[in-house]
Design a protein around this ligand. Structure first.
Ligand SMILES: Cc1cc2nc3c(=O)[nH]c(=O)nc-3n(C[C@H](O)[C@H](O)[C@H](O)COP(=O)(O)OP(=O)(O)OC[C@H]3O[C@@H](n4cnc5c(N)ncnc54)[C@H](O)[C@@H]3O)c2cc1C
Length: 342
């Protein structure tokens, strides 16, 4: 019989679990129920009490590695913590969130335990065996993996499961002792870009995509780049959406043309860009060509604003297309959002 371990870690508060960790808890509960296998949840946090209490209704065995050394992400301490939790749980299947914190250490922990790891898992199925799905070739080919090797580590992509949520209650947690190696890295703090600089937000409910149309000549024969910047940033500010771009728009810089200053190739969505997961997406001033739209595969509700009634979006690629000028539409939406906030 399999023994399933979910590895979870706290967010920057040091006590609450990250959303991706709570999604992995859901995946663990579903898998354990399907396989009729015991479930253990291992928590890495400065103080695991609140996180454990939030998981009390899962019925899982709760293990924790806690203390100041585990308040911050750091390779040596995180790898030691995960290794200790895996050994304590005697896990054959280890599910972990594909966060930067755990992605950094999971492969080495699997190696230390003589196990095997697969990453970017999006779904788990099977009742007799475990069938783990992941996408290849820019999300075009879906593979279902099955392995004999144990322990088998599976890193789950964020946004693929509902986050576990329940009323907290006092939980019994078993503290796991960790033999820390010599620590050479001291975490002195975080430096993060300000809200308006950081436009890529994987956890946002909505994706706003800007296409090259924002920097093209408009019906009055002029380019309205400053206004375009203001409208896009205004929308992001009001909604905390993530910002995506078409390739054409970010490529313009290389051709010496005007580019919106807050966009880089990291914002690019599509075949040669990113394939993010958001509940909703709004494309603006973008044609909706196939190499771009392939990056929208995991956007649940797709809408587009384009001047062109024959654009790619109108050919069945978006759920709703507004044939309209995005400048006045976004200006109006921003005004409504501001009024709602006030
Ligand atoms: C191998 C390969 C890989 C590629 N990979 C990618 C990729 O990963 N991502 C990607 O995006 N592209 C990719 N492309 C390019 C892709 O095919 C398109 O060229 C690109 O997506 C077009 O970008 P766009 O729609 O922003 O620009 P355009 O095609 O210039 O379209 C601009 C649109 O804006 C509209 N518009 C203008 N003004 C307004 C206004 N005021 N209001 C509303 N609408 C307005 C116009 O009607 C037009 O439809 C790839 C191409 C190839 C060959």
């Amino acid at each position: 019989m399999e023994t399933i371990l979910v590895l979870a870690h706290a967010d920057e508060t040091g006590s609450a679990l990250t959303r991706a960790s709570l999604e992995t808890v859901t995946a663990g509960l579903e898998l354990a129920a399907r396989l009729s296998a015991p479930l253990t949840i291992g928590i890495v946090a400065a103080d695991a009490t609140a996180a454990a209490n939030a998981l009390s209704t899962t019925g899982a065995r709760l293990l924790a590695v806690s203390g100041e050394a585990f308040a911050q992400a750091r390779y040596a301490s995180d790898a030691a913590a995960c290794e200790a939790l895996c050994r304590a749980a005697k896990a054959t299947i280890v599910l972990a969130p594909g966060t930067s914190r755990f992605t950094r250490v999971a492969a080495s922990v699997a190696h230390r335990l003589g196990g095997f790891i697969d990453t970017h898992i999006t779904a788990l199925a099977g009742t007799e065996t475990i069938e783990a799905s992941r996408w290849f070739y820019r999300q075009r080919v879906e593979a279902v993996l099955n392995r004999e090797a144990r322990p088998w580590f599976l890193l789950l992509d964020a946004g693929t499961h509902a986050a576990f949520a329940a009323e907290p209650a006092t939980a019994q947690v078993e503290q796991v002792a960790v033999q820390l190696p010599e620590i050479r890295t001291t975490v002195s703090g975080f430096r993060a870009p300000t809200e308006d600089q950081q436009t890529i937000r994987p956890d946002a409910k909505m994706l706003l995509v800007a296409g090259a149309g924002w920097t093209k000549k408009q019906p009055d024969g002029q380019i309205h780049a400053a206004e375009a910047s203001e409208l896009i940033l205004g929308f992001l500010h009001a909604t905390s959406s993530s910002l995506g771009s078409s390739k054409s728009l970010v490529d313009q810089g290389g051709e010496g043309n005007f580019v919106l200053p807050f966009l880089t190739h990291l914002n690019q969505i599509g075949q040669t860009g990113a394939t993010p997961r958001h509940a909703k997406g709004l494309s603006t001033c973008c044609h909706g060509e196939e190499p771009h739209v392939v990056g929208w595969r995991f956007i649940a509700d797709r809408r587009a604003i384009s001047l062109d009634p024959n654009c790619g979006w109108t050919r069945g690629k978006a759920d709703v297309v507004y044939i309209a000028d995005a400048f006045p539409v976004i200006a109006k939406v921003n005004a409504l959002l501001e009024a709602k906030k006030a």
